[in-house]
Structures are given as structure tokens and as C-alpha cells.
Design a protein around this ligand. Sequence first.
Ligand code: ATP
Length: 246
Amino acid sequence: MALLDIQDLTVDYGRVRALAGISLAVREGEVATVLGANGAGKSTLLRAIVGGARASAGRLTFAGEDITRLATHARLGRGIVLVPEGRRILISMTIEENLQLGAHLRRDGEAVRREIGLIYERFPNLGQRRHMRASCLSGGEQQMLAIGRAMLARPRLMMLDEPSLGLSPLFVERLFDLIGELNRDGLTILLVEQNTGKALAAADSGTVLELGRVLMSGEPAKLAADPALQAAYLGAAAPAPAAATS
Ligand code: ATP
């Protein structure tokens, strides 16, 4: 069953139509990826799912419920969580305070403390500096903190907007390992990425957006082998025998 089902979603910013009738589904337990060039509408799609951008047409269904008109905090309460581009952690607050922010809707303090402990076990760099300001962290560590904070909201669907942007190759590896681990633990993930190759390797399904429309969607292996996609997003170095002869 689809955990998230998007039907004919249209989003306008004034006269700019950022999404023009997008349909896609995210199945429970999968990693779904959304790819596309700058301005294709990827961030707008994620904003529309959390309720930060209004749908001018179309319908969003989450776990069988129509959420199209629900406010952002109500969607968060249903377990829809976004780790925005640029991470948006609060660098003047401590690492622990940032983590606690992720749990602000929860009333089970004991469980929150236990889960923060688990995050410190997973990321010792965060644990050792829990009372220091988040500004002391590297970009990669800040990304881990942003994901840890999102975990504390007990998400059913975690959306990540270009999480690998600006990270060192080592942290990109760690990030994709983490995405795999969280998914194996049962978390459904919607991943927007510029790193097309890595995203397709990590995903169970993929959707490519172009100028606010779905250009193609399907199995990652099929998308990765598509000559048009290779030419547009996987770089000239990618082998593209079909494209080379046409
Ligand atoms: P990027 O990778 O650059 O973030 P994207 O695929 O996420 O690109 P969006 O940011 O969703 O694309 O933008 C889709 C379209 O909507 C673009 O034409 C963009 O200029 C426009 N847009 C995005 N946000 C706004 C806004 N707040 N006001 C007006 N237009 C916007």
C-alpha cells in the first residue's frame, strides 16, 4: 500500500507554476528518490507534502487520510518530517538542545532521553560534544544532527532535501549508509538528491521531474540505464551506448 499518494498536484507561486499536475506514490518501507535539475520543482514538492506550500489543485493522501488541507503541525503529528536543504540546525544552540527540538511535540520524556542516547551511540562525535554549540560541528556532522533531530519526531515518512550537498566524500558515504540503516529499521524515506548515481543506488523507486512535471518514473535500474537521463543527470562520463549511436 502507498504510505503517501500524490495525485495531480499543482503548486503556484503567484504566476509561477512550480508543479503542474504531479502524481507519485511512496510505498510503506521503501526509499523513494526524486531527481531533476535545479528549478524542476523538487523542493516545492517536499514543501507541499509538509504543508509549507499550498496545493492549488490535486490531492495528497497519507496513510489513507486526505491531508491536502491539513496544517503543517498536524502533518508533523501524523509523522511527516522534512530535513530541509541546508540542514537548518540552530548553530547557537547546543547539540542536545537541537535534538530536543525534534521531540517538541512528544510528552514521553523518558523515551526521548533514551532515543537521544541511541543517537549519541550512533554518532559519538555528537555525544562527546552534546553541550557545545552546534556551530562547532562540521557540515557532515551537522547533517547527522539534522537527521537525528528528525528521528526524534518519530517519523513515519522522512524526507531529505539534498542531504549530500556540500559534504565531503567520506560523509556522503556515511550519509548513504545511514539512509540504508534507517530504512532497514523500517523507516520510509523520500530522498531528493543532486547526486543522481548514489540516490538511484540507494532507492527502490525513482521519479524524475522536469519543469514541474514527471518526466519519467520507475525502477532505479531502469532509470539509471535510460540514455536521456544519463545524458542529462549522470554526466558525460557515464556509459551511454544507445545515446552514442543515435
Ligand atoms: P533546486 O535544486 O534549485 O532547489 P528544485 O527542483 O528544488 O530546485 P524548486 O525550488 O521547487 O526547484 O523551484 C521550482 C520553481 O519554482 C522554480 O521555477 C523556482 O524559481 C520557483 N520557486 C521556488 N520557490 C519560489 C518562491 N518562494 N517564490 C517564487 N517562485 C519560487
